[in-house]
Design a protein around this ligand. Structure first.
Ligand code: ZN
Length: 445
């Protein structure tokens, strides 16, 4: 840490908290103090936090009161009685889910989901500050100190005045993540000081790395690249690390203020159990065994203004079955893999599940294909859209098809369509898999 880091943490941000009525520094210190607890202390902390949250919610929050769920002394049994909370359910019950009708004093977070339903959640300033504090702790795992130079990719780079002041003090430059001029990207990257941090959506960071590579910018170095917000595919990571001479630290959370896991210095994703209770469920709503893939359902343990209990995110992940400890010294449990959206899976007629990595792992070696998207219309109707690059010929598609069947160890109906453009998702992120199959999990459980 240098002098400026100290100045920011000891003076600038505490003053900011006072002026704005926030608790950012308190939040950051709180999470720092919990990160190295031993496994037993973590368990005790989480059991109490979960019990407190369920007790509070079922006595003070109308939505949960009206559910009339059966109470158990063990909070891990008790929580299983709660139905899953979907964006749709939140929308229908928003007023009943809030502790106060005075939403103007609260912090509002909205997100758009793949379901097309906008999710809105509210939290107190204190709860929002604690989320931000936790986000910074996760960045610290990537070597960041408050006040270090940051280049941050944003979806909407317009900043409010308070944020503009904060950006200056925190040495942060905001730049647009998507749909931008290549010359602007080059310009932004060239202005970067060495040893800064580059943060943003995985797909945006990847796009910047690709442009830098294509334009021959070979001397740009970031101390770390910190990604969040969408899936960090292995081929994204490889490219970003290689082009920017750096290491990627991937964080997993959702815009509703929940930080689920973060990557430590040793490349492991630690679940932030003091902040979130994570369940990975099968299609019937039962917990999957470690090492198996399950639907991500989260409960934020430190938000009482609008408690989110068993919030269904529409993502899939695998909990680690590895019992060995991470060399970083943190006893927080680990996630093996974050697979991504449940609409990002292709299911073969024989029931095999092909995730995004399956396709990217094959296509990244085929330079004649510029971009692709796999669409599952029906269980026996899978279409692959392909944007051809130079040297492309139809033989490439035949080779691709046999490679796919080879890896999947089965054949299935697969057709190709040559296209000029592949639409992005509503938030501007590129889409690799689009499944039109109905959801396997019944969210009305
Ligand atoms: Zn670790």
């Amino acid at each position: 840490m240098n002098l400026y880091n100290h100045f920011v943490e000891k003076i600038v941000l505490p003053v900011g908290d006072k002026v704005l009525g926030t608790s950012f520094i308190k939040g950051l210190q709180h999470w720092r103090s919990l990160q190295y607890l031993d496994a037993n202390a973590l368990q005790v902390q989480q059991t109490k936090a979960l019990n407190d949250l369920l007790t509070y919610s079922t006595t003070k929050i109308n939505y949960y009161k009206n559910l009339n769920v059966k109470k158990y002394d063990n909070p891990y049994e008790w929580i299983k009685q709660f139905p899953l909370l979907t964006k749709k359910r939140i929308k229908e019950n928003l007023t009943e889910m809030l502790i106060t009708p005075n939403v103007e004093q609260l912090v509002k977070e909205s997100s758009s989901g793949s379901s097309g339903i906008q999710g809105t959640v509210y939290m107190s300033k204190q709860e929002a500050s604690f989320s931000q504090g936790l986000q910074i702790l996760a960045w610290e795992w990537g070597g960041y100190h408050l006040g270090d130079t940051v280049l941050q990719l944003g979806i909407t780079p317009e900043r409010t005045r308070v944020k503009q002041i904060k950006d200056i003090l925190l040495n942060t430059t905001y730049t647009n993540a998507y749909n931008i001029d290549e010359n602007i990207v080059i310009d932004v990257l060239k202005k970067q000081k060495t040893n800064g941090f580059f943060c943003g959506y995985a797909s945006g960071l990847y796009t910047y790395a690709k442009i830098a590579e294509e334009k021959g910018l070979s001397n740009i170095k970031f101390k770390s690249v910190i990604s969040f917000g969408d899936k960090m595919f292995p081929h994204y990571r490889k490219k970003i690390e290689q082009v920017f001479n750096t290491k990627v630290y991937d964080n997993y959370g959702c815009t509703e203020g929940i930080i689920i896991s973060a990557e430590c210095e040793h490349g492991n994703q630690h679940i932030i159990t003091p902040h979130v209770y994570l369940e990975l469920l099968d299609g019937n709503g039962n917990e999957v065994a470690p090492g198996e893939q399950g639907y991500v359902v989260v409960t934020r343990l430190d938000a009482y203004t609008m408690p989110l209990i068993r919030y269904y995110l529409g993502d899939l992940a695998i909990k680690s079955k590895n019992e060995t400890e991470c060399p970083c010294g943190r006893k927080l449990p680990m996630l093996d893999m974050i697979i991504g959206r449940d609409t990002d899976i292709i299911i073969t007629p024989r029931g095999k599940r092909l995730i995004v990595h399956f396709f990217t792992g094959i296509c990244e070696h085929i330079s004649e294909i510029k971009q692709f998207r796999v669409i599952q219309h029906q269980i026996d109707d899978i279409e692959m859209e392909v944007i051809p690059d130079i040297h492309f010929s139809n033989d490439i598609l035949e080779a691709l098809k046999s490679k796919i069947f080879d890896r999947a160890t089965e054949t299935f109906p697969l057709r190709f369509t040559i296209v000029e453009k592949i639409p992005s998702t509503s938030s501007g992120k590129p889409q690799i898999i689009l499944s039109k199959l109905p959801k396997e999990i019944n969210t009305n459980l």
